[in-house]
Design a protein around this ligand. Sequence first.
Ligand code: ADP
Ligand code: ZN
Ligand code: MG
Length: 645
Amino acid sequence: MDTPKNKKPARKTGGKGKPGFGSPMSPISKIANAIFILIIVSVLYSVVFSGGSGNEQISISQVASDVNAGLVSKIDVSGDNLTVTYATSSTSTAPAMKDSKKEEGVALTTTLANYKVDPAKLDKVDITIESDTGFTYWFVNLAPFVIPLIVIGIFAWLLMRQMKGAGMQAMTFGQSKARIILPTDKKQRVTFADVAGAKEAKEELAEVVDFLRNPKKFLDIGAKIPKGILLMGAPGTGKTLLARAVAGEAGVAFFSISGSEFVEMFVGVGASRVRDLFKMAKSAAPAIIFIDEIDAVGRIRGGGVGGGNDEREQTLNQILVEMDGFEQNEKVIVMAATNRPDVLDTALLRPGRFDRRVIIDLPDRNDREAILKVHSKEKPFAEDVNLRVIAERTPGFSGADLYSLMNEGAILAAREGRVKVSQFDLIRSIEKVMMGPERKSHILSKKEKEITAYHEAGHALVSSVLPHADPVHKVSIIARGRAGGYTLHLPFEDKRLQSRKEFLDDIAVSLGGYVAEKTVFGDITTGPSNDLSVATALARDMVTKYGMSEKFGPVALEGEGGRAMFGKGVEDKEYSDKVNADIDAEVEKIMNTNMKRAEAVITEHKKALDAIAKRLIETETIEREEFEKILVANGITPKKKEEEK
Ligand code: ADP
Ligand code: ZN
Ligand code: MG
């Protein structure tokens, strides 16, 4: 029973598949077709030309006795096939011809001798032996050798093609596993036009594009160009996309590898991969090396539980060595991406390494609309589609989320047999992307349904009454993803900063479900456990990170990343037991105060709570309009957007 808010799992989008066996008219399938036709033709050939002459088939013993009887004038031998021509009889002018077979691999004369043919009689028969040169003969005899050869040939050719296509993929351990996109590869080319929003980031990177396009201009004037650029931003904000766009705009080769790919089972592999990667990039210069998820290798060294990871350290060292070894005129720029800049080793951030940092924020409303537009290109829309409304309803969505929203919308439309994507499809997809698909099959017992309804009504009511909480857009007791029900409350505007009062109200809202269950049923279920952990974590952050507690005042007790298990955060300190106990006491105080506030709201507006819960049990889902009517009916003024006031 979550109260989801600006929090969704990041979605990864898969790469585009390479043309393979299945794709239409690839060279491979052409060859396969050719072989198939060849086989058909030869089978037809053999049917038509061997033994298909239409003559009567007789046994070899019959032939022997006919020879003895002096009836046979001529025998043609072709392989093991015999064509027996009979002497012209008195009744017909044309000589009768019959077919037969001799024993395989044995001379005709020997065969006939075995059948006790009189040699004197045989002398009178004209025997011609044709050497078998028919296509079938050759095909049958050579096929066992030739066909495997052809198959092996195709296989080898395929393998080579793959290696080229996938960018000289590794055959051995040491070689880099980098994927390469060459500037000539128009299909994979991404430009700044494909990246919506992210204006500042694009401006920063335009300079790099300029350098890669025209290095001489910069080098002549003695300008120093950054060697390393670190892209920082939440998952799915388009870091990989931007890096590719830089290469695409500049028209240079793009080598990409993920930090985790460096780390393999054997120590030393990562370092040699780095060496290899840089060597390849230098020989292809101008080029961009892109190291995705660099935090996988670039975490703070030393310390950590269970000793350091040698492999990681060696890899990181090698990256640093390579970057230091760069000459200015090498025309290779290293870009890296991370969503955990806080855990990066400071050595990476020193001048001459990743000293240029580009921050990519989650898109704001306008950017979201632009991203939706980019991804709506090949989708036919119904007239009612309004991307602006969708953008308004999706604060906290990343570019990747918006991409999957669009995709889900199209899937919904297709599944329901429509040819156009409608606004309703998109709206339903928002919730699907946020919280996973609805689980309608999740049947609640009557009692469970009642508890869930009161629980969600509790969240919704507290959120509507407290002044700094976000307005409710939707309440539902239909299970979704892992949540048993949900209350969708979203801010009207995007927020960059959150205030102490907002945090406190958020905590009270999270506790709303818990309090409602306790007040109405006098008992507590396991339902609110996630609510409690979310609220507690927030309260703890207020105390230790944001300086929002009375006891500690403006002191950051923890770094951005919190107390990391592996590779300690820079500002992390060991707390004394006393400080730990004080923190716990502060957190407890915040939690209790806000539970009291939630209780006050629920007690005061018990009638509204009942009304919401009752309606939820009836219809399972309440949308904003109807929800606000219930509020008004119970004397609560709904929150309004600035422009609606
Ligand atoms: P990251 O590397 O930051 O995790 P990606 O670059 O892999 O994110 O983004 C994933 C997908 O999300 C992209 O392939 C693209 O389809 C979409 N996307 C993300 N940001 C944007 C954007 N600003 N404009 C258009 N599409 C975007
Ligand atoms: Zn809840
Ligand atoms: Mg990425």
